[in-house]
Design a protein. Sequence first.
Lengths: 252, 791
Amino acid sequence: MNILEVKDLCKTYIVNKRQNNVLKNINFAIGEGEMVAVMGPSGSGKSTLLYVVSGMDHLTAGEVSFCGKNIAQMGERELADLRLDEMGFIFQRMYMLKNLTILDNIILPATQSKKLREPRRETARRGQDFMRRLGIIDIAGNDINEVSGGQLQRACICRSMINGPKMIFADESTGALNRASSDEVMEELVKLNSGGSTIMLVTHDVKVAAKCKRVMYIVDGNIKGEFDLSDCSTQMRERERALNNWLLELGW
Amino acid sequence: MYLQILKKDLKRKKAMNVILLVFIILASMFVSSGVNNIISVTTALDDYLEMADAPDYLAMTMNKSCAADRDGILNSAASVESFSKEKILCMTSDNITFEDESKTASSINPILLQSDEDISMNYILDDGGILQSVKSGEFYMTAGAAEDIGLAIGDKMTVKLGGVSCVFTFAGGVKDAVLGSTGLSIQRYFISAGDIENFISAENVEQFYGGELIYIRASDMEKMISEIKPVIDNAFFSADKATLKLSYVFDMMVVGLLLVVSLVLVAVALVILRFTIAFTLSEEFREIGVMKAIGLRNLKIRGLYLVKYVALSVIGAAAGLALSFPFSELLVSVVPSSIIINNQNAAFSNVICAVCMVGVIMLFCYGCTGKVGKMSPIDAVRNGQTGERFRKKSMISLGKSKLPAASFLALNDIVSSPKRFGIITFAFFLCLSLLLILSTTVSTAKSGTLFNVFGIADFDISAKGEVMELMTENGHEKLKEYLSDMEENLARNGMPARCMQEIMFKLPVSHGENESSVIIYQGTGTTADMYEYIEGTPPQSVGEAALTSLSADRLKVDIGDTITIKTIDGDKELIITAIFQSMSNMGEGVRLHEDEEINYIQAQSAYFTQIKFTDAPDQKETARRMEKIQKLYPELDDVSNRAESISYLLKVVDTIDTVKQMVVVLTFILAVLITVLMERSFIVKEQGEIALMKAIGTRNGKIYAYHTLRFVFVGCMTVIAAELFALPLTHLFIDPIFRMMGSVRALDYLINPFEMFLAFPLVILAATAASAFLTSLYTKTITALDTANIE
């Protein structure tokens, strides 16, 4: 069953009275439990695609269906509720509220959710469980400027998971991290995916994309091709090599 | 390079720069007008007396009671440099009627009629000119009194004196610096020399109503007083310049409040400005870090910001300067018309203030940019905090809190940034405290509970009768009879009451070498124990008296000492048994025992007749009885309840009420401005966080609630703090003013619960909540997508 279905998606910006077609007739679908990477050169429209399909940005034309609901027809309030309860977000920069501790930042979405009507203690306990699973329980009471980038990004993953979303959107979630931290974060995302979470991530990093089941390559607002890694070896090097070869064929 | 960076900065950070500019304009406007007012009001009285060419000493004599050779004594006194005299006719309000019968020249003091012929000082006209002459058939009068009566130019007045009746047309008000103060409020009517001759030429008028106002300029005041003692002893009223100034204490109370308002505005402006500069500079940590990283020296970096603030402060100060003139005028407009506030140097002081503001802003900026030295390139990376200076920000835990998310976030912001929100709270606290102080002062003054500080007995109703007509040799007996008849009449009409009347005499009182002309009070219908004393026991019998603490200090008298009162029937020796306080006659006074014999022909004036019902009626019944009494005694003027009577004695209550209303409006505007500008700057600073909240699914409504609640909490903190400090602050600021008027003990202030606990807290809460909410709507323009664009 598809969680996300995109049909003839177009996104156009008007910059200095000039029309800029960022996304042109995009069509794809993401099934439940999939982990899909979107790759492409800078300015190709991959982040825009992520923001449009997640309801953060408005589409110009086409249809985006999330769990069977057309998000183009949703109002701002419905979109907010959708993002709160059904979607999780991980950004390249580890954005968090400065005046809250790591744990409070993680549980903040849960305290606003109408889906999870649970006592605040239970929310905190769940938040701590996520932190424990991601190995950052020691920093629960810390402020955001007291921890490393890797720790902070893992906290962002915890936050994205706190409301039990149907799908997680990650925009260059490892882009600001060193290799070791990047590997740790990806390991967590893969674990989440293994646990049944659907993930769509945008990345430049072949190593990161190689961990996904499917890779879409986007150039100039068009999906130039899709590469299925589900049948590839479980060996990371082989997966990376296969992906690299495919990307080179597409002009990467 | 600086100019280019400045140009870019002004464009790129438009919102923050506009907010800062608005604050600079406000600060400049408040400081310029505030300082101008402070200068004007602190020198107001001296300037006014100088402008009016007021004498060093003033004596009012009556032909009927002053047999001394005034000219001879004054000419032979070596310390008298010069003197001049104005002839007066001393009337009462009964001698004057207006065409519009609803208007009365009601006054418990004598009313003076005089001509334009012998004007001895400057009487300032409404247009700023000086009264030189009066056309026949016209009259000018004390401006404050004309305003109280409600006279308009062209109104007709009839003066009946000694069988002569003349009609005059009101030509304008004059500021009378010596007798026109709210404390003295002796009304003067100026007519032409020809017109006054009509009255003087009538039989006995000059003898019975005639008198002189003597203006004396002296080289040595003490010596002069002893040299002209016979004139002073026989004077109906006399006062040196210091006493005349003291009589402005009521007017200066308003002026003083204006000073407090100005000081509060200046304080609020500077506090908020200092905060905004520090706040906007803290925004620049990333750029400062980057500049440091590329090797720019601290001085260069500071110079960059100083250039920006020079530009903003010059523009802001110029705009603030322009606005300060009308604002200053608005503030000064509440000052009673009995005094002139010389605002002639406004332009100069305002310009100086505006220039100073530029300097102050630069100093603030220089101080704030001092942090540049402490910032490191790491700041560009780590949100403005280096690893060495981590500070615990989160004080409360969302996990443990039961508050809704929006309330928690609002509260958490406040406890995480106590300085930031503390400054806003302090600014609001200053405004609200000022309001509560004024409210408490006005409600106390209007409550009628201050009768004891005026040295009078408790009463329910007062009315002004023609008791001065009874002031003959056996006036005391006549007065007793009058009051007894009134009591009987009232009882017959179902209003059992005790009727009382205070009579005042101005007589020389001495104790050893110390001598002073003091107001002597004697109550008829009262007993000595019906008054409040602060020390000793009430005079029990004839030969005993009580003294105000001020007179006791002046005469160097203590309880048990004997004072001597000079009366026309000889000296009277009295033992002082008690000390009392009185805000009448600037705190001076001696209270005689009710049976003490004194010739009532010396009576100077009378308070209103007091009526105390013995069957304790409620307010509604008292009001009904007031109407009934007015019908029974149509000749009585100003039938009032106790609260109205005490307000009348305090004189400036209505003006303070006007100041209060002005402060309500100012507080509301200030609270709105501070909230809007602060909230707007918070939105600019928190743009990233707002975008993030939207990205993770927070609804706009919750963000509005979060931002609004921060200011609601600030408003609540302000209200709690202001309520707690309202009475202590009222004692701190208002007690000294009442003390100047003669009150010795700290007053028991009466709060107005409606204003104190509802109306004024609502002003702050409504202003902050509504403006924070409306400003927070701006967050709608920030979208979840902006998360990708956060710097």
